[in-house]
Design a protein around this ligand. Structure first.
Ligand SMILES: [Zn+2]
Length: 287
């Protein structure tokens, strides 16, 4: 599932192609992606409307329209969003959910093989409620250590689960939670409220470093993710722990352990570098 760096990459690719463009002849091929908006209202709102801005909030793409509405797309597992500057091939149209003309041959296409993605259409008030439910953006200039500490406060849940909780912190999912915890040398299962000041500061630095690194590499493609130009990302070659179960730790050579004990998600870590209990056999590589 695309996390902050993948969605940011798509936004940076597509924003220059979309800003100021007028939308023509929107076509919706599947309605099960719609949330709180009818097909008719979506198509009527898009047709002839203008894209003022394409931005990101957490893992969501936000189209600010000339009418003041926001169309919010969540790509989830298998969604992709690409601007095609030529007529679509049959294979490209095959899983198209939404197609919108941009003038000339240019078309914006939201494809989703499994259709786990969603489309919201929000007015100003609905947008406020939507964005207020999401935590702070870790790459914002005003997101400081005090705000990070506040996001981790008052819960005994595992720090990894808390990092991925979108109500507390925006945009971090399983890949970057694993990577940041490794970089910071923090045990993923440690209760969030038991992190000391040093570890908290190291973790915020690590979260920022992995997110910036992944944006620089145009995201991580393990399976389905594609950039806004339809290419795979490059950060999969820079991963330290995610998707490396059973391989040696890049720092100390210990075999990386994997557990599904935290929220059912795959957690891969080095018990030597991250200070978990060094029980042999803990978290065998059962990825
Ligand atoms: Zn290690």
């Amino acid at each position: 599932m695309p996390e902050l760096p993948e969605v940011e990459t798509i936004v940076r690719d597509l924003a220059p192609l979309l800003a100021g463009r007028t939308l023509h002849q929107p076509q919706l091929h599947k309605t099960d992606v719609l949330r709180g908006v009818s097909r008719r209202r979506l198509l009527r709102t898009l047709d002839g409307n203008r894209v003022d801005q394409l931005t990101r909030r957490a893992k969501h793409l936000v189209f600010l329209l000339g009418s003041g509405h926001r169309m919010v797309i969540q790509l989830r597992m298998t969604g992709s969003l690409v601007v095609h500057r030529r007529p679509l091939r049959a294979a490209e149209r095959r899983y198209a959910v939404l197609e919108v003309g941009l003038g000339g041959a240019d078309r914006l296409v939201f494809r989703d093989v499994r259709r786990l993605g969603t489309i919201h259409l929000l007015d100003e008030r609905a947008w406020r409620a939507y964005t207020d439910r999401i935590g702070g953006e870790p790459l914002d200039a005003d997101f400081d250590l005090a705000r990070f500490r506040a996001a981790l406060e008052g819960t005994t849940q595992a720090i990894k689960k808390v990092l991925m909780d979108q109500r507390r912190l925006a945009g971090v999912g399983n890949i970057y939670a694993n990577e940041a915890l490794f970089l910071a040398g923090v045990d993923p299962s440690r209760p969030a409220n038991r992190l000391d000041a040093d570890a908290t500061a190291r973790l915020l630095d690590a979260v920022r470093a992995v997110l910036h690194g992944a944006i620089g590499a145009r995201g991580t493609t393990v399976r389905d993710y594609r950039t806004g130009t339809g290419q795979p990302g490059g950060y999969q070659f820079a991963l330290h722990v995610y998707d490396r179960a059973g391989e040696p730790c890049v720092r100390c050579g210990t075999r990386l352990a994997t557990t599904h004990a935290i929220d059912g998600r795959q957690t891969t870590f080095c018990w030597r570098c991250q200070g978990g209990p060094p029980a042999p056999g803990r978290g065998t590589a059962d990825a």
